[in-house]
Design a protein around this ligand. Structure first.
Ligand code: NCD
Length: 320
């Protein structure tokens, strides 16, 4: 099987802990390599052997459907041996600390460790202790870099570029690692980022990350090219952030009426899982012409293949 484009380019980082700190060139390299894997994933034979002999462990301390499955598929399609571990089935339940879990896995000579954890910064803590490459699959409300990369790939493939686009990120920004990673990425790539939410769901000084703050969908969606909806992340909330989900939908739920002020070609995104009728109307979510929600899922596998490929190049050497 032919190697994807940029087969010999090197990536200067061992881990992918966040988008913050990556340059536009590094982001573009990941997206370019991912483009090659998108095509490979459409073929009947989706496998290569470039990670053959390497071991990947997916360590998930939080629930996940698409992120875990797509990291697993990505590793398998690159030929790695992939093992999934969840906190429920591990010694974490017996009181083992995160560091001890990491050291234990490290002793087994892993090559890539994919981690999701409910505490911001936990993945970095772990990355400092192990010899393998660590990929952040979401840490608390901090970062979720592969989600932002797959979102960027979806936008780039549909609208041809990122630079100059108006992207409105709407909903529970306060608890969202997806929003943070997207703000960093879109700024690095020269897009104009808006966040749209009630004041209760916005972190203070979010504008310092380089985005415009809007409290109404009408002003936030005006002339937007991309409308990215986020779920109310109830599991991270302590207390009441919105009066009721009915009222929330009335003011902030995406429907065709609110979408009218966006550009006619505006696309709709959502990282999933969706709460239909809360942050997004079913009709809009299922509108195949405008909604990219399933494209995001498809491209997630390719992006994770690109990240695994690039991060392990150092240990594989460039000669395959
Ligand atoms: C997101 C996450 O876990 O941060 N989901 C995902 O990875 N696709 C967003 C969410 O849970 O709402």
């Amino acid at each position: 099987m032919t190697a994807p484009t940029h087969a010999t380019a090197t990536f200067p980082h061992r881990h992918l802990l966040g988008i913050e700190g990556l340059t536009a060139e590094q982001i573009s390299l990941i997206l370019d390599v991912a483009d090659g894997y998108v095509e490979q994933n459409k073929k009947p034979n989706k496998k290569t052997a470039i990670l053959s002999g390497l071991t990947q462990v997916n360590l998930f301390f939080e629930n996940s459907t698409r992120t875990r499955t797509s990291f697993e598929l990505a590793g398998i399609r690159l030929g790695a041996d992939v093992i999934n571990m969840s906190a429920d089935g591990s010694s974490v339940k017996k009181g083992e600390t995160l560091i001890d879990t990491a050291m234990t896995l490290n002793a087994m000579h892993l090559d890539a460790l994919v981690v999701r954890h409910n505490a911001s910064g936990a993945v970095k803590l772990l990355a400092d202790k192990v010899n393998c490459s660590v990929i952040n699959a979401g840490d608390g409300n901090h970062e979720h870099p592969t989600q932002a990369l797959l979102d960027a790939l979806a936008i780039r493939r549909r609208l041809g570029r990122l630079e100059g686009l108006v992207v409105a990120i709407c909903g529970d920004i306060l608890h969202s690692r997806v929003a943070r990673s997207n703000i960093h990425l879109l700024n690095a790539m020269g897009a104009h980022v808006r966040v749209v939410a009630p004041p209760t769901l916005l972190p203070s000084q979010i504008d310092r990350l380089g985005c415009e703050v809007h409290h109404t969908m009408k002003s936030g969606l005006k002339d937007a090219d991309v409308v990215m909806m986020l779920r109310l992340q109830n599991e991270r909330m302590s207390g009441q952030y919105v009066p009721s989900t009915r009222e929330y939908f009335y003011f902030y739920g995406l429907d065709y009426e609110k979408l009218e002020v966006a550009k006619p070609h505006a696309v709709i995104m959502h990282p999933g899982p969706m709460n239909r009728g809360v942050e997004i109307d079913s009709e809009v979510a299922d509108d195949l012409k405008r909604s990219m929600i399933l494209d995001q899922v498809e491209l997630g596998v390719a992006v994770r293949m690109a990240v695994l490929d690039l991060l392990t190049r150092g240990r594989r050497g460039n000669a395959e």
